[in-house]
Write a protein that binds this ligand. Structure first.
Ligand code: XMP
Length: 524
C-alpha cells in the first residue's frame, strides 16, 4: 500500500518518516494549510518512488536512530537532486548534514529534551517570517546527537544554548534544517514555519474538503465502473461518511448492510435506518440478528471470548446478507489514514494485544472482494469535515465513538437481555444529562456500564436488591490515552438520582475515575 501513488492532481508534499513519535503531527500541520501530503517510511522510498510521486517539497521527520548506527535510516540520494525544497527536522537535520558533507556528534552531555529558546543570528530567512518579533522563540527539542559542523552551502540562522545549529539552511538550494520539532504545540510558532515553507515551495493551498469530495467521487466512479458495492454500515461516523460519499458517486449500485447484533443503544437501529433509508434514500439491508448474537453469547463472560464470538458472527452474517445483493464485487470500508500509515518499527517485536478489536478484517479475502476505501487519506477530524460538506447533520457527525462489539463490552460478566435493557435505558438518561448540561462536545466518549453485581438499597419503605451501574466519561485526542472527565459533584448527584428514579432495576451508581493507562476506555 505504501507504494501506491496518489491520483490527486493537487501538488504533493512527501514526508519521509524516520520513526518519530510525532510524524503524524507534521501531516496534521500541513493539512491545516490545505496542502496534500503523505507519510512514507524511509525504507520504502527510493529514487523510482520519488520520480513517480513527484513531490513539490519534501520533509524529513525526526526519529530515534543515530546516524552512527549500523544501517542508520537514510533518504534516497536522489532526493537532493530533485530541485525541490527540503525541510529536515531533528534526526532529519542530522541525516541531511551527514549526507551533504557536514558532521554530527554523539550526545555526550549535550542531549536536550523539552523546552528551549532559540535566538536568531543576524541573517533573515524566508521560512522564519513572523519569528523573533520578541527576540527569541520557544521551541521543543528532543535530541541526543547534534550537528557539530554544517554542510557546505549551509549557514546558521538560529541557535539555542545546547544546539548551536538549531536552525540552518542553504537558501540557494532551498534546503532547511532545524534541530527542534516545529510540529508540536510546544513550539508555538511552528505552524508559521510550516506555512512559510509551503508558501516558499509554491503550494497553492487548494486541498480543501470541497475539492476532496469531487476528487473522491471521480475516483470511486473510475474504480467501480458499473459494478456493485456493499458497505457495512455501523452508524458510526466513518462508515456513514463513506456510505454517503459512495452513494453520491454511484447511487444505487451501493447497498448498505446494517447488522443489528442486539447490542446497540436505545433507538440506535431506528435512527440509522431512518437516516440512510428514508433521508438519503439508500438501498439498505437492516439485518436484525439479535437472536443469533445474544444466543451465542449466552453464558459467556470472558471478554476475549465475547469479542471473538461477535467478530466471527459479524463476518458470517455480513457475508450471508452481502450474497443477497447478488454479484457485488466491491466492499466499502471507512478505513482512515492513521490505520494506513505504515509505522517505522525499530524494536521489531509485535506489541501486546490488549483487546481483540472488532472490525471487518478478513472479509475481503474471504469473500474475494476488492476494497473501496474513500477515506484512507483522511484523519478523523477531516472525515468529520467531509461529513459536514456532504450534509450529514452535526449531531450525527459529532457523535462519540461506539465500539463494534457494542454494549457487550459494557456489560462485564454474563450478558442477559434484562441487563442490556436496563443498560440501554440508563445510558440514555446519562447521555441526556450530559447534553442538557452542554458537556457532550467536551467529552470524547461517555457511557454507562452495568456491573455484574447486585447491591442492597431502600426505596420508599422497601428493600431493593438491584444492579449497580458505572458511569464513564473521558477526554482524549485519539483514544490511545485518556483522562476521566471531572464532572461536578452536583452533576454526578443529579445524574445518579435521575437514573435510579427513571430506570427500574438500578439502585446504585458509581463514577469511574480511572485514566488510560492504567485503565482502558471500555470496561472490557
Ligand atoms: P479501549 O477500551 O481499548 O478503547 O481503551 C479505545 C477506543 O476504541 C474503541 N473500541 C473499539 N472500537 N471496535 C471498535 O470499532 C472494537 O472492538 C473496539 N474496542 C474498543 C473504544 O470505544 C474507544 O473509543
Amino acid at each position: 500500500m505504501t507504494q501506491s501513488i496518489p491520483h490527486t492532481h493537487h501538488d504533493r508534499l512527501l514526508i519521509i518518516d524516520f520513526g518519530s513519535q510525532v510524524t503524524q503531527l507534521i501531516a496534521r500541520r500541513l493539512r491545516e494549510l490545505n496542502v496534500y501530503c503523505e507519510i512514507h517510511p524511509f525504507n520504502k522510498v527510493d529514487d523510482a518512488f520519488l520520480a513517480a510521486f513527484a513531490p513539490k517539497a519534501v520533509i524529513f521527520s525526526g526519529g530515534p536512530a543515530s546516524v552512527f548506527a549500523d544501517g542508520a535510516p537514510m533518504p534516497p540520494k536522489g532526493v537532493f537532486d530533485m530541485g525541490v525544497p527540503i525541510l529536515g527536522i531533528c534526526y532529519g537535520q542530522q541525516v541531511m548534514m551527514h549526507c551533504l558533507g557536514g558532521r554530527v556528534e554523539r550526545g555526550h552531555g549535550t542531549a536536550e529534551f523539552g523546552r528551549a529558546y532559540v535566538t536568531p543570528t543576524a541573517a533573515r530567512l524566508p521560512i522564519l517570517d513572523g519569528w523573533f518579533a520578541e527576540g527569541r522563540e520557544q521551541v521543543w527539542m528532543s535530541h541526543g546527537d547534534h550537528v557539530s559542523e554544517i554542510a557546505p552551502g549551509f549557514e546558521v540562522y538560529g541557535t539555542s544554548p545546547n544546539a548551536p545549529f538549531a536552525i540552518t539552511a542553504d537558501p540557494a538550494r532551498r534546503f532547511f534544517a532545524v534541530q527542534f520539532h516545529p510540529e508540536v504545540h510546544h513550539t508555538p510558532k511552528g505552524a508559521k514555519l510550516y506555512e512559510n515553507f509551503v508558501r516558499l515551495a509554491g503550494f497553492k493551498g487548494d486541498w480543501t474538503m470541497g475539492a476532496y469530495r469531487e476528487e473522491a467521487i471521480r475516483k470511486i466512479r473510475e474504480q467501480v465502473g458499473d459494478q456493485k458495492v456493499i458497505c457495512g454500515l455501523s452508524g458510526g461516523v466513518d462508515s456513514s461518511v463513506a456510505a454517503v460519499l459512495i452513494h453520491e458517486a454511484i447511487g444505487d449500485q451501493l447497498t448498505c448492510v446494517f447488522v443489528d447484533h442486539g447490542l446497540l443503544r436505545l433507538g440506535e437501529a431506528e435512527q440509522v435506518v431512518t437516516m440512510f433509508r428514508d433521508h438519503y434514500n439508500m438501498p439498505l439491508i437492516h439485518a436484525d440478528e439479535s437472536d443469533l448474537f445474544l444466543g451465542a453469547l449466552e453464558g459467556v463472560s470472558d471478554p476475549e471470548v465475547k469479542r471473538k464470538t461477535i467478530g466471527r458472527l459479524f463476518i458470517e452474517v455480513f457475508e450471508k446478507h452481502a450474497k443477497s445483493v447478488g454479484g457485488a464485487t466491491f466492499l466499502a470500508q471507512g478505513t482512515l489514514y492513521p490505520d494506513v500509515i505504515e509505522s517505522v518499527s525499530f524494536s521489531g517485536g509485535p506489541s501486546v494485544t490488549i483487546k481483540s478489536h472488532h472490525n471487518v478484517g478478513g472479509l475481503p479475502e474471504k469473500m474475494g472482494m476488492k476494497l473501496v476505501e474513500p477515506l484512507r487519506e483522511l484523519f478523523k477530524d477531516e472525515v468529520r469535515a467531509l461529513g459536514r460538506e456532504l450534509g450529514l447533520p452535526d449531531a450525527f457527525i459529532g457523535r462519540h465513538p461506539f465500539p463494534g462489539p457494542g454494549l457487550a463490552i459494557r456489560c462485564p460478566g454474563e450478558i442477559t437481555r434484562e441487563k442490556l435493557d436496563i443498560l440501554r435505558r440508563a445510558d440514555a438518561v446519562y447521555i441526556d444529562q450530559i447534553r442538557k448540561h452542554g458537556l457532550y462536545d467536551e467529552i470524547w466518549q461517555a457511557f454507562a456500564a452495568i456491573l455484574p453485581m447486585r447491591t442492597v438499597g431502600v426505596m420508599g419503605d422497601g428493600r431493593t436488591y438491584d444492579y449497580a451501574l458505572a458511569l464513564r466519561a473521558v477526554t482524549s485526542v485519539d483514544g490511545m490515552t485518556a483522562d476521566y472527565y471531572p464532572f461536578t459533584h452536583d452533576f454526578l448527584g443529579e445524574t445518579a438520582t435521575r437514573i435510579i428514579n427513571e430506570v427500574q432495576g438500578v439502585n446504585r451508581v458509581f463514577y469511574d475515575c480511572t485514566s488510560k493507562p492504567p485503565g482502558t476506555i471500555e470496561l472490557e
